[in-house]
Design a protein around this ligand. Structure first.
Ligand SMILES: NC(=O)c1ccc[n+]([C@@H]2O[C@H](COP(=O)([O-])OP(=O)(O)OC[C@H]3O[C@@H](n4cnc5c(N)ncnc54)[C@H](OP(=O)(O)O)[C@@H]3O)[C@@H](O)[C@H]2O)c1
Length: 347
C-alpha cells in the first residue's frame, strides 16, 4: 500500500509520521509531500529515509491513500487531483467538511459514512468538535441530546507550527522579566506576533477565526455544523464560545448538554467508561480530572468533572480534553485510513 502524507512537514503531518511508527497500516511505500520549500528534506519512516516531494499531479501516481494535512486552499486545489488519480483522500482541513458529497467521519461514531464518498474525499472533523462529540455521541445514544452550550480552551498548536512557535517565544520573553505581577507591564513586555491577534502568553483570546455578521467566529460555527453532521442531527442546537489559551497542545471544552431523558452523573460515567475512544478521569476530590498537559501525546478523549445540572435532571456538565494534534487531527485521519485496510479493499 502506497500512502502519501501531504503537509508532512507541518505540525499535524509530523504527528501523522509519529503515529505511523506505532500503528501498522501495511504501508509498502510512504511519500511525504509538501511545498517546494521543503522538497528534499529527509523524514524517516520505520527506519527508512523518506525524502519530501514537492506537490504536483505526478506526486500522487500510484498512491492508494492520501492523508492531507495542509491549509484549506491547498486541500481545495489538490485533494480532487489526488482523488482523480485513484487515491482515497482523507483531509484534515476545513475545506471539504460541510460539502454534502463528502462524508465527515469519526470512526467511533459514524465509520459507515466513509464508504459513501462520491468525490473520493473523506473529511476529518475539527479538533474542538471531536473533543465534544466523542462523549456527546455516547450519551446521545442513551438519552437523546437536544441542546449543547460549550466554551473551549484551545492550545496554540491549533494554529499550526507557527502558532506553537509564537507562544514559546512569548513565554520565553515573559519569563526573562522580573517582577511582572502587579506591575501592569505585561502588555509592554509581550507584543502581538504574526499568528494570533493579541499576545497569547499570560493571556487568553476569545476569538478563533474570522467573525460573522451575527458575532460568532468561524471556529464556533464549525463546532455546531460539524457536530450536527457527524451525529446526523440536523436540528441539534449548539452554541459555542471558542477561546485560545496559552497551552501548547490539548484542546479542552466545558460542556452543558441537555437531553430528552433524565440522566444522572453516575449513569453518564458508566456510559462513558464503555464508550470507544473515551477515557473517564473523574474524581474531583482526589484532584483527578483531565488537563491538557497530562493528556498530550495520548489517544483518547478524556472526560471529567461530570455533574448533573442542579436545576435540571435532563442536563449534564462535563470537561473534556483531547490532544488536538493526535485524536483531534492525525489519529482520527489514520483511523479513517484503517477502515480501508487491507489494501485489496482500497478502490
Ligand atoms: N493544528 C491542529 O490542531 C489541527 C487540528 C485539526 C485540523 N487541522 C488542520 O490540519 C491542516 C494542517 O494544519 P497544521 O496545524 O499542521 O499546519 P502547519 O503546521 O502550518 O503545516 C502545514 C503543512 O502544509 C504544507 N503546505 C502548505 N501549503 C501547501 C501547498 N500549497 N501544497 C502542499 N503542501 C502545503 C506545509 O508545507 P511546507 O512546510 O513546505 O510549508 C506544511 O507541511 C490545516 O488545514 C489545519 O486547519 C489542524
Amino acid at each position: 500500500m502506497k500512502l502519501a502524507v501531504v503537509g508532512a512537514t507541518g505540525v499535524v503531518g509530523g504527528e501523522i509520521m509519529r503515529i505511523l511508527e506505532e500503528r501498522d497500516l501495511g504501508i509498502t511505500e510512504l511519500v511525504p509531500i509538501a511545498t517546494a520549500r521543503s522538497a528534499g528534506r529527509v523524514l524517516m519512516h520505520r527506519g527508512r529515509e523518506a525524502p519530501v516531494v514537492a506537490i504536483s499531479p505526478d506526486s500522487f501516481d500510484g498512491v492508494d491513500i492520501a492523508l492531507f494535512d495542509t491549509p484549506d486552499e491547498a486541500s481545495l486545489e489538490w485533494a480532487p487531483v489526488a482523488a482523480r488519480r485513484g487515491a482515497v483522500v482523507i483531509d484534515n482541513s476545513a475545506a471539504w467538511r460541510m460539502d454534502p458529497e463528502v462524508p465527515l467521519v469519526v470512526p467511533e461514531i459514524n465509520p459507515e459514512a466513509a464508504h459513501d464518498r462520491p468525490k473520493g474525499i473523506i473529511a476529518s472533523p475539527n479538533c474542538t468538535m471531536l473533543t465534544l462529540a466523542l462523549p456527546l455521541g455516547a450519551l446521545h445514544r442513551r438519552a437523546g441530546v437536544r441542546r449543547v452550550i460549550l466554551s473551549s480552551y484551545q492550545a496554540a498548536s491549533g494554529a499550526g507550527q507557527a502558532g506553537a512557535d509564537e507562544l514559546v517565544e512569548q513565554i520565553a520573553i515573559a519569563a526573562s522579566q522580573p517582577d511582572l505581577v502587579g506591575s501592569g507591564r505585561g502588555r509592554e513586555v509581550v507584543s502581538r506576533g504574526r499568528v494570533f491577534a493579541h499576545p497569547l502568553a499570560m493571556n487568553v483570546i476569545p476569538q478563533i477565526g474570522s467573525v460573522r455578521a451575527d458575532g460568532y467566529t468561524g471556529e464556533e460555527v464549525k463546532v455546531g455544523e460539524e457536530t450536527r453532521k457527524v451525529l446526523g442531527l440536523p436540528d441539534l442546537r449548539v452554541t459555542a464560545t471558542c477561546v485560545r489559551v496559552p497551552t501548547l497542545v490539548g484542546h479542552a471544552v466545558s460542556v452543558h448538554a441537555e437531553f430528552d431523558d433524565t440522566i444522572s452523573a453516575d449513569e453518564a460515567r458508566a456510559i462513558l467508561r464503555e464508550a470507544p475512544g473515551v477515557e473517564v478521569l473523574d474524581d474531583t476530590n482526589a484532584g483527578i480530572y483531565p488537563t491538557p498537559l497530562e493528556t498530550a501525546g495520548r489517544d483518547p478523549c478524556f472526560v471529567g468533572r461530570i455533574r448533573q445540572d442542579p436545576d435540571d435532571d435532563h442536563a449534564l456538565e462535563w470537561f473534556s480534553v483531547t490532544d488536538n494534534l493526535r485524536k483531534g487531527a492525525a489519529l482520527n485521519a489514520i483511523q479513517i485510513a484503517e477502515l480501508f485496510v487491507p489494501a485489496d479493499r482500497l478502490r
